[in-house]
Design a protein around this ligand. Structure first.
Ligand SMILES: Cc1cc2nc3c(=O)[nH]c(=O)nc-3n(C[C@H](O)[C@H](O)[C@H](O)COP(=O)(O)OP(=O)(O)OC[C@H]3O[C@@H](n4cnc5c(N)ncnc54)[C@H](O)[C@@H]3O)c2cc1C
Length: 507
């Protein structure tokens, strides 16, 4: 696409939406190009702030006319995955969240809300409180200013029973790359009222919602998000296990308890450094030896300081009061303590300890952002999130952690992982934290990401959500037929390739 079209395109947008709806200044462009990944910053030629779905449609129409690529974001807090930066520096960022930030509906009876892209976890939480709503949301443990909608369509995950955010998204409004506006599900009927739009996913015909996740087929301008009725009483449980190799047993213990439905939340098994990195900075980063990963002895010292093990298992129970939850808690204690390795930490014991606050807050529906301090583990605030998943087989998951721990150490980096377990599958949330101001360390972080992904891939285990820098790399790891199918959908819905070309490897 010819770069010389960009300035006339931005002029045309200014004429149509008003000069205030766009920014071309150096400072703003540089802020929108910054990210935490091991590649250069990508300042866009401009940033557009549409105020309505019609504005978005107008921008898409002009982009088609001038053949200028767009990169839509909601709030742009995609830290460790690309932040607010586009796929490349030629793409104009469409920052929907700046002006499209209304909570359109809060339905306390049917337990859903309808939001525009700019509604953050924080604003949603405040709005529920302001209205005295009975609803409880599922926040992430990450940035509280992140977008509820943006996180869901990027298949983000949170806490509580509705942790799988895309599963709990119902009914979208989308501006396609060809400029059409569609409403998915029962929003698609040609009638004045669409009362079922946000309450059922099982509508007529193919379920199109999925194609707008982790893709580039359209710009989502509003969506329904399911929530739960706030439970009267919430009780977390924690079990710590002493050794790295305990993960095999942990996973095999979680599987039956999840399948039996005892715990409504997913159960997380989080390693020492993933938890510790939001409380501490790398203890000896300034000295010359910093290029080696923390030793086992140094890790053990930190664990002792915080009273945790190599792995911490956590989850939440919900109910009317303590007495009602006691039988489930007794069953969990018996189940995990029978291993002879676990130490139980009750909700009351955990509550005053900052290291457990992210889990307690997020499972209580409160966005807290305490994990963000992880970014300061090493100077330079480099961060890459890696999200391989694995079937819930203790031996397999433990083999993976052992292999990946060794790879991270080879590159002089720490192994930080949290396995989020359902009954069948665990998503492994891995953080590679590195000094982005140090070229050598940045190169090692990049090689480390790829090497760990190769380890997973060699065992048939693929990633889920991926940082922008690696999306094309991962798409090339898939069979050509699926890559072709993705490209064919792109051609059908966005024939001029206007929306985020290259996102998730789709052009
Ligand atoms: C310490 C830490 C902890 C974290 N914990 C979590 C966690 O617990 N769970 C989790 O899910 N993430 C987590 N993250 C990752 C990330 O920060 C969050 O997912 C964050 O919510 C993403 O930003 P956002 O919601 O503002 O989405 P955005 O940045 O707005 O959207 C994400 C991407 O989706 C696409 N997109 C967004 N909106 C639209 C739209 N309207 N139309 C079309 N495409 C669109 C864009 O490509 C965009 O880059 C964490 C990050 C850090 C640093």
């Amino acid at each position: 696409m010819p770069a010389e079209n960009t300035a006339p395109f931005l002029d045309a947008v200014a004429r149509e939406l008003g000069e205030a709806a766009l920014d071309r200044g150096e400072a703003e462009r540089s802020a929108y190009g910054r990210h935490t990944l091991p590649g250069p910053d990508l300042p866009p030629p401009g940033i557009i702030y549409p105020g309505s779905t019609e504005d978005v449609q107008a921008v898409v129409r002009l982009a088609n006319q001038y053949r200028v690529p767009l990169f839509p974001i909601s709030a742009g807090w995609n830290l460790g995955i690309g932040s607010r930066a586009a796929m490349n520096a030629g793409q104009v960022v469409v920052a929907l969240g700046r002006r499209m930030n209304k909570v359109v509906e809060v339905n306390d009876d049917l337990s859903y809300v309808v939001v525009e892209p700019g509604v953050s976890f924080n604003t949603m939480y405040d709005e529920l409180n302001r209205r005295g709503s009975k609803l409880m949301m599922s926040p992430t443990a990450g940035p509280p200013d992140g977008s509820v909608l943006g996180n869901a369509i990027d298949k983000g995950g949170g806490a509580g029973p509705l942790a799988s955010h895309f599963d709990n998204l119902c009914g979208m409004e989308v501006v396609l790359g060809n400029g059409d506006i569609i409403r998915t599900g029962d929003g698609g009927i040609d009638a004045d009222a669409q009362p079922n739009w946000h309450v059922t996913k099982y509508s007529f015909g193919p379920a199109l919602d999925g194609i707008f996740t982790q893709s580039n087929y359209g710009i989502v301008t509003r969506a329904g998000i399911w929530m739960m009725q706030r439970p009267p009483h919430i009780r977390m449980f924690f079990f710590t296990f002493p050794d790295d190799e305990d993960l095999a047993e942990i996973v095999d213990l979680i599987r039956p308890i999840k399948a039996a439905g005892v715990v409504p939340t997913q159960i997380r098994a989080t390693n020492d450094l993933y938890l510790l990195s939001s409380q501490e900075r790398h203890p000896r980063y300034d000295v010359a030896t910093a290029r080696a990963a923390l030793s086992d002895g140094e890790r053990a010292e930190l664990r002792k300081k915080y009273g945790i093990g190599s792995w911490t298992v956590s989850g939440a129970l919900y109910g009317p009061n303590d007495e009602a939850l006691q039988p489930a808690l007794d069953r969990l204690r018996k189940h995990f303590l029978a291993s002879g390795k676990a130490t139980y930490i009750s909700h009351e014991e955990a509550a005053p300890r900052a290291i457990f606050h992210a889990a307690i807050n997020s499972n209580s529906g409160r966005p807290a952002g305490s994990e963000l301090a992880m970014l300061k583990w090493r100077p330079g605030e480099g961060a890459i999130w890696m999200t391989p998943g694995a079937r819930l087989d203790g031996k397999l998951v433990n083999d993976l952690q052992r292999a990946c721990r060794a790879v991270a150490a080879d590159f002089g980096l720490e192994y930080m992982a949290s396995f989020v377990c359902g009954a069948r599958f665990a998503r492994g949330i891995h953080a590679i934290l590195y000094d982005r101001n140090d070229a050598d360390e940045t190169a090692r972080a990049d090689r480390c990401y790829r090497a760990i992904c190769e380890v997973f891939l060699s065992r048939g285990v693929f990633v889920g959500r991926a940082p922008t820098l690696y999306q094309d790399y991962h798409q090339k790891q898939r069979a050509p037929e699926i890559v072709n199918a993705c490209a064919a959908i792109k051609r059908a819905l966005d024939p001029n390739g206007i929306i985020a070309p290259g996102r998730y490897g789709i052009s």
